[in-house]
Design a protein around this ligand. Structure first.
Ligand SMILES: [Zn+2]
Length: 662
């Protein structure tokens, strides 16, 4: 049994002062929390700015304290071991636990900076010859220097940052502190560093929690009398199960409300790396965002995988087109904003144009921020929708493992970079993370396999040796294209992403003995490529009543027509049609036009007879019936994303050499 940590976003609407029983309404509670957050932020910011230099980052990065002992993993303890103290503003009384919270937040920011520093150092050390793209050798050299688990999007963003610095200063940055300003500090209280002297947290029923925290009663508390214990009832969202263990939250003020970011841990089952019989393979598609298949290992040891012949497609092209458009708009707004800023810098406030320009500039800034938030929200919604769909498909298929293409190898080879640039690699990385999180709840393992050649070779013949032809459509096999795959050797003709997904599931299931689990990140990969063919077998159906009767009575299920009917002695007589009769009266009438209405036309005032179908109940939402698939947006949450419905698994068919259904 291992544990899965997630964070629930909760809100505290009011509080009670424990000593006096006074009820603190939302507005006052928000002010008191904001005072505490501001105190913590000031102390954190001062500490971070003071330590934003190469020597101090080296000291933290070395992992050894002043006394020669290894630094503890808790951030605030590590900073204390290094002697990096923090003090409140003069005349303000805070307890030691508030100092701890400030130090914890500073330690987290500085440790994140250490990670970025390592990235930048590795990128500078292996700066590519051709700044446009890295070669395979350059990628290998870079990956050797980087810590594990760095996403390709991170590498790209840091490379851009270094290149911008290089263009401006004509030299590489000596350290991260030259490349970046000290990080911004958010106004929040990281209560994870506190103990019972600052907070207690307990469950209140199945769907609530009781947070007790000491808050300042004035903006600048001068003694311990200016602090008071507050009890904050917090409602838990339904995603927090009753058996979840709650952890110390982070408290902040967002849009006039007290936001409590409450981490919780739930026990999850262990997903082994090997021993899988049924798995789902997903390909990062060209035609859809994710295309997958469910596959099963054949019982005979001939290296064969059997698929049920049903492609699972999550098509988000509508959403990614929208994201593409919003991103273009964002660039446009940013360019306009920069232009106005340059104009503003050129004139003095005495200039008559200054006021109007400044207003326009501020408005553009606000608009730009809102657009960024919209893109962020859309990315997030798409990420979780796609991940939820993929894990639901795997669970419905009875799979114990999900195989995904390795994004690192995908990026390194520059494959699909241009065709599918609409959806950034960052979104794909987040989908992988989300799939890992959701799959852990179902005890489904997530393993990445090498992407090399997945869409190049045929999944059905030649053990991955016969090369597929890519063409625009199944009826244009002779032309060059990329949407459709055709195998001249065996005649396979299918969507290219489907073929690629079949390769992925067969590489995963057949190569599962070579699965490696990373020691620190727990990420599972298969680097070895084991090729095998995938057979498509439809599920066997229970014989129908007619078929059973036919077997019992020893008759044909579909009797052949008698000989005299089959022999055709005369031509079929032409049947007179009504349209040909009316055509004599009106030569303009086409045979396509019905000569009478089948549905009564509604009167122009409305309220006429409805066409066939269920009548909507006014003012009431239709109840959602589980298992009843109407439109895919009920599952994806998007009107313009289409996904294969999740159906309960009915079993793979008996493939060649197969006798035992699963
Ligand atoms: Zn083939």
């Amino acid at each position: 049994m291992s544990k899965l940590t997630a964070t629930a976003l909760c809100t505290a609407h009011a509080a009670v002062v424990e000593a006096s029983g006074e009820i603190v309404a939302q507005a006052l509670l928000v002010r008191r929390v904001a005072w505490l957050a501001a105190l913590a932020r000031d102390m954190t910011a001062r500490l971070v700015v003071a330590r934003w230099n190469a020597a101090d980052l080296d000291a933290l990065g070395s992992g050894v304290g002043l006394d020669g002992r290894v630094l503890p993993s808790k951030g605030w303890m590590a900073l204390r071991r290094l002697g990096w103290a923090v003090s409140p503003p003069s005349g303000v009384h805070v307890c030691d636990r508030v100092l701890r919270c400030a130090q914890e937040q500073a330690a987290r920011l500085l440790r994140l900076a250490l990670h970025r520093r390592r990235l930048v150092a590795a990128i500078v050390a292996t700066w590519p010859q051709n700044t446009g793209a890295r070669t395979g050798v350059e990628w290998d050299a870079l990956r050797a220097l980087l810590p594990d688990g760095v996403s390709a999007a991170d590498i790209r963003n840091r490379t851009r940052q270094v290149r911008a610095y290089l263009d401006e200063h004509h030299t590489f940055p000596a350290d991260l502190t030259e490349l970046e300003e000290p990080p911004n500090v958010a106004a929040q209280v990281v209560l994870a560093a506190a103990d019972r002297q600052l907070l207690t947290l307990e469950r209140a029923g199945d769907d609530g929690a009781r947070l007790r925290v000491r808050l300042p009663l004035v903006e600048f508390p001068s003694s311990s009398r200016d602090w008071g214990w507050h009890v904050l009832p917090v409602a838990l969202p339904p995603t927090v199960p009753a058996e979840a263990a709650l952890c110390a939250p982070t408290v902040r003020v967002v849009k006039g409300r007290v936001r409590v970011d409450l981490p919780f841990q739930i026990p999850v089952g262990f997903a082994p790396a090997t021993g899988h019989r049924i798995g789902c393979g997903f390909d990062w598609g060209l035609n859809g965002l994710l295309v997958g298949v469910a596959g099963r290992m054949a019982d005979v040891a001939d290296g064969r995988v059997i698929s049920d012949g049903r492609p699972l497609v999550y098509d988000a092209s509508g959403v990614s087109a929208k994201l593409h458009r919003l991103r273009g708009e964002r660039e446009h707004l940013a360019a306009k904003h920069r232009h106005l800023e340059r104009l503003l810098a050129g004139i003095t406030p005495a200039d008559p144009r200054y006021a109007a320009l400044r207003t326009a500039c501020q408005m553009l800034g606000v608009e730009h921020e809102r657009l960024c938030a919209r893109i962020r929200n859309l990315n997030k919604a798409l990420t979780w929708s796609a991940a939820r769909w993929a894990v639901d498909q795997a669970a419905a298929a009875g799979a114990t493992v999900i195989y995904l293409e390795d994004l690192a190898t995908l990026e390194a080879r520059g494959r699909r970079a241009r065709v599918n640039a609409r959806l950034s690699g960052q979104v794909r990385g987040r989908i992988v993370e989300a799939i890992r999180h959701l799959a852990a709840k179902h005890a489904i393992a997530v393993v990445t396999v090498a992407a090399r050649g997945t869409s190049r070779y045929c999944p059905r013949c030649g053990d991955g040796a016969s090369v597929l032809q890519h063409c625009p459509a199944p009826d244009r096999l002779g032309e060059r294209g990329w949407r459709w795959a055709y195998c001249p050797a065996c005649g396979l003709s299918c969507d290219r992403d489907w073929a690629a997904a079949e390769r992925i599931v067969s590489r995963g299931l057949l190569g599962q003995q070579a699965t490696r689990t990373h020691r620190s990140t727990g990420v599972r990969t298969i680097h070895a490529i084991v090729e095998g063919n995938v057979a498509r077998a439809r599920s066997t159906r229970k014989p129908t009543r007619g078929a059973r009767r036919a077997r019992r009575t020893r008759t044909d299920l579909h009797p052949r027509p008698a000989a005299r009917d089959r022999a055709k002695g005369r031509p079929t007589p032409k049947r007179p049609t009504r349209t040909s009769a009316t055509a004599r009266n009106n030569s303009m009438t086409s045979s396509r036009v019905p000569d009478r209405r089948t549905v009564p036309a509604p009167p122009p005032t409305g309220g006429g007879q409805r066409p066939a179908g269920h009548a909507p109940k006014p003012g009431r939402r239709q109840p959602y019936r589980t298992g009843h698939v109407r439109n895919s947006h009920h599952r994806t949450g998007f009107h313009h994303a289409k996904a294969t419905p999740v159906l309960t698994f009915i079993g793979h068919g008996n493939g060649p050499g197969q006798a035992t259904p699963v």
